[in-house]
Design a protein around this ligand. Structure first.
Ligand SMILES: Cc1cc2nc3c(=O)[nH]c(=O)nc-3n(C[C@H](O)[C@H](O)[C@H](O)COP(=O)(O)OP(=O)(O)OC[C@H]3O[C@@H](n4cnc5c(N)ncnc54)[C@H](O)[C@@H]3O)c2cc1C
Ligand code: SF4
Ligand code: SF4
Length: 424
């Protein structure tokens, strides 16, 4: 195709007013066309090839915006990062003034993605995100999403708030219970909601919503009640360790019983648990990444209690800096050993070598490889972004060392909705 022909594109844009900054699109895009700063998620016009891979995973639909633009005037990422709302379509007159003779006639995407930075000689780049499924397990229940979109939140009432790490620890994590009253709010284990903190940011704009995984099963934190729970860590330092007071996490952790909260969601249609008999679940998490794992475990525990649990292994790899900082450490200890196989990894226990979840996975390679061989196994990874690559690499190494072809295993895990990655 002659580049000279391409004078106009359908430019792919993200609506900053409804985007909940969940990072799903950035993790999904196969050509790294999406980037973000503290405020906005944006698309590079010269890299996006219109493959549409990011459209259905986006929980809010904010990713599905397109503007007819002359290539020479395509919005730069610098411009997009300053937006509080999407610009309007250019009018036919404006397009004509830009030399676009017949608007719509020559619409096409920028023809190919910009090349990725070359890997160092001999280095094979590993991209854990490429193995993450965007489809749910075949037997997952139907997930309702976006019932309350960012512009139409619902109100929940706080009915519980307590520290679920050992008291007195700086990195405290709270277990929050929200009651939705008479408002229908159907959720499944693995889904999330987002909370809109009150007030405005430094630019005088309303705060954007922050996403939190639901920690309770589908029939409520208290069975039969229209309530959900969250596991929220107070952010008191940024990812680099500098002191900071996270806007939403501190708002949520300071909530009192009876307070009202603006909630949107539910979100998520692929990080869902299988429901068929003998399906296995392997959960790998750090810190608040335990929230969806608690929901799945609790649903299976309730099924088992009611005599409806039809087998299938549950295996948990759970990492934290110390035992005292690990959410739900106490309740986890009480679960029967024949119900769930729990492996803790602590990276900052005094006098002990640092152990991460991937170290525990390698130690349990013999059991993990059996699960990797079994098409009924489903793997869930949730926690801080920094864990994701190490965990998927550990899975790859466990498979490879047992003589399995990782590319085949990894691709079928993705295709069949059996490896889910949710890191933030
Ligand atoms: C899909 C998804 C699920 C999530 N689930 C949970 C959950 O179940 N529980 C939970 O507590 N959080 C969860 N989060 C993170 C949550 O949405 C917020 O990002 C987090 O609470 C920080 O928001 P804040 O307003 O307090 O901090 P902000 O005011 O937004 O940020 C303040 C500073 O802290 C940094 N920062 C942001 N998040 C963290 C973090 N987690 N650790 C360290 N530094 C950080 C920011 O880069 C910034 O510099 C989830 C995020 C996503 C995308
Ligand atoms: S359409 Fe494809 S290339 Fe463009 S941002 Fe989405 S995933 Fe990336
Ligand atoms: S809400 Fe959609 S557009 Fe915004 S970060 Fe998430 S996936 Fe991307």
């Amino acid at each position: 195709m002659d580049m000279a022909e391409i004078n106009v594109i359908k430019q792919h844009l993200i609506d900053p007013e409804i985007c909940i900054r969940c990072n799903t699109c950035e993790a999904t895009c196969p050509v790294n066309a999406i980037t973000h700063d503290d405020r906005n998620y944006v698309v590079r016009a010269d890299v996006c090839n219109g493959c549409m891979a990011c459209i259905s995973p986006c929980p809010t639909g904010s990713i599905d915006n397109w503007r007819t633009m002359p290539v020479a005037r395509a919005y730069s990422i610098e411009e997009q990062l300053t937006w509080d709302e999407l610009p309007a379509e250019l009018s036919p007159e404006q397009l004509e003034a830009e030399g676009v003779a017949t608007p719509g006639e020559t619409l096409m995407q920028v023809p190919s993605a910009a090349p990725q930075p070359p890997a160092e000689p001999g280095e094979v780049a590993f991209n854990s995100a490429q193995y993450g499924a965007t489809v749910p397990p075949w037997s997952a229940a139907h997930a309702y999403t976006n019932l309350f979109p960012p512009k139409s939140p619902t109100t929940a009432t706080v009915v519980g708030n307590f520290n679920c790490t050992e008291a007195g620890y700086e990195n405290q994590t709270h277990h929050i219970v929200l009651d939705l009253g008479s408002m229908p709010f159907p959720v499944l284990e693995g889904q999330s909601i987002a909370i809109i903190p009150p007030g405005v940011d430094a630019n005088g704009k309303p705060h954007f919503a922050r996403q939190y995984s639901i920690a309770s099963p589908r029939n409520g934190e208290r069975p039969g009640y229209n309530n959900i729970s969250l596991t929220v860590k107070r952010v008191l330092e940024d990812h680099q360790g500098n002191p900071v007071r996270g806007v939403c996490s501190n708002y949520v952790c300071d909530l009192k019983v009876g307070d009202k909260v603006q909630v949107i969601g539910p979100f998520g249609s692929s990080f869902l648990m299988p429901n068929h008999p003998k399906s296995h679940i392997v959960m790998i998490c750090t810190g608040t990444g335990s929230a969806p794992m608690r929901a799945m475990t609790e649903w299976r525990r309730r099924l088992r209690k009611s005599g409806k649990f039809e087998g299938g292994k549950l295996m948990l790899f759970f990492g934290a800096r110390t035992q005292q900082e690990l959410p739900y450490f106490g309740p986890l200890q009480t679960l029967p050993k024949d119900f769930i196989d729990i492996n803790f990894a602590f990276s900052r226990t005094q006098g002990q070598p640092r152990r991460y979840v991937q170290d525990m996975m390698r130690e349990r390679a013999a059991d993990l490889v059996e699960l990797l061989r079994d098409g009924q196994s489903h793997f869930y990874v949730c926690g801080l972004k920094s864990m994701e690559e190490g965990v998927v690499l550990a899975l790859r190494d466990v498979a490879t060392e047992a003589g399995l072809d990782w590319d085949t295993v990894g691709q079928s895990l993705k295709r069949e909705g059996r490896l889910h990655l949710e890191t933030y």
